[in-house]
Design a protein around this ligand. Sequence first.
Ligand SMILES: Cc1cc2nc3c(=O)[nH]c(=O)nc-3n(C[C@H](O)[C@H](O)[C@H](O)COP(=O)(O)O)c2cc1C
Length: 459
Amino acid sequence: MVGRPWAGFDIGGIPKYRPKGRGPYAWAMRLLESFRSVARFRPIEFDATRRRLSRAASVDDLRRLAKRRLPAGVFHYIDGGAEDERTMNRNVEGFAGLEFKPRVLRDVSNVETASRLLGRSIPAPLILAPTGFTRIAHPEGELAVARAAAGIGLPYTLSTMGTRSIEEVAGVGTGPKWFQVYTWRDRGLVRELVERAAAAGYEAIMLTVDTAVLGRRERDVRRGLTLPPKLGLDTVVEGVIHPAWTYGLLTNEPITFSNVVGRHGVDGTSAVTLSEYTNSQFDAALSWSDVDWLRTVWDGPLVLKGIQTVEDARLAVDHGIEAIALSNHGGRQLDDAPAIVELIEPVAQAVGGQIELIADGGVRRGGDIVKALALGADAVMIGRAYLYGLGAGGQAGVDQVLGFLVDGMARTMALTGCQRVDDITRDLVSWRDPSRRAGGMGPNSGRPGPPLSPGSLLT
Ligand SMILES: Cc1cc2nc3c(=O)[nH]c(=O)nc-3n(C[C@H](O)[C@H](O)[C@H](O)COP(=O)(O)O)c2cc1C
């Protein structure tokens, strides 16, 4: 062995060398030869955005990239929730409380994620939720998100608080578009927006009903966030250390609430806190009679977003609503509201089949979509997931998020033995918590349990 230090040399996959020649040169050449046989270099990517995105393997990775790219105030406006953020976190963690009961030896060579919602077919049961002030994450804002959704035919919901107009977004691709309304005190303005959405070909109106007043988002309170952002010393420093974001902000037209532009006091041209804005403009007196009023100005499908109890789900059925979004606004409104995943089953048992159910909150993986469907949802909706993609890399980042989710859904279906969405049934998942299994979750315990009392999980 003395004088032949390479003998038996083996580092992580480099084979052992038995050089025939002598001396360090022969040894180095053989080492190089062996290295060449195992080295695999990725082609060099010259586009900075693509290079950045290529390092992300999950929505969570994109969240980290967005955190690096966006000024802290902007990132936390997107990422944060109300008060102690328990509901926000439980929305995400709730999905981890379920495990699959995978079936095997079922031909899954052709998995199909396609589904139907509000009378039309969609490539996957996935909707892009309304998010206000989207251009704060990227100058293209809603246009980039709508393009990504239209690229694969998923419904995109434009927010009343959008920073691109109803007409601009309608002009993007051919994918289905929905419009979300808050109810301003000025009902004339609401009627006008709904009529514009109808004229521009939007297919559904989504009325958000969980915003009587704005939740207290303490990350924004601490940073004194205003919309549009006000310049102060801290924002200047943040702007300097996030030059790409700052360049985008300074070289594009000012961010305003594009749908009400020119309406003094409501168009977002004067910097106010979101809670000041909401509390002065939105109607806290909103009630079921307003839902009936909305019917008189819109005769297409109506979606109520923000339903959080079985009782309100039943009322929605009584009022002839086509779909409800079980939603706590991504945990941004009432802290300690129920986690979405816990709402799905009791609501599905009470009103499933009479109204379509959309689960909104905490979805970060394709497997979450499968779990929500197994519990009785017809579709899921995402908010932050696509905003992380947008913040990390504009439309390409949103494309990537949608790819992760739809591919992840197909992969989960294959690994659990489901060929089509109809194969995703209640017996595909069980709660990890043994007390819930014993609590009448039927197939979880392997035997039919007593019917679940809807109130038991919700009160
Ligand atoms: C930055 C941000 C802005 C939002 N703006 C609106 C809005 O204008 N209207 C609305 O109905 N919901 C809004 N939401 C809530 C989303 O539509 C959705 O309910 C929520 O993001 C779902 O939870 P997730 O983020 O965990 O997917 C917003 C959410 C975020 C994160």
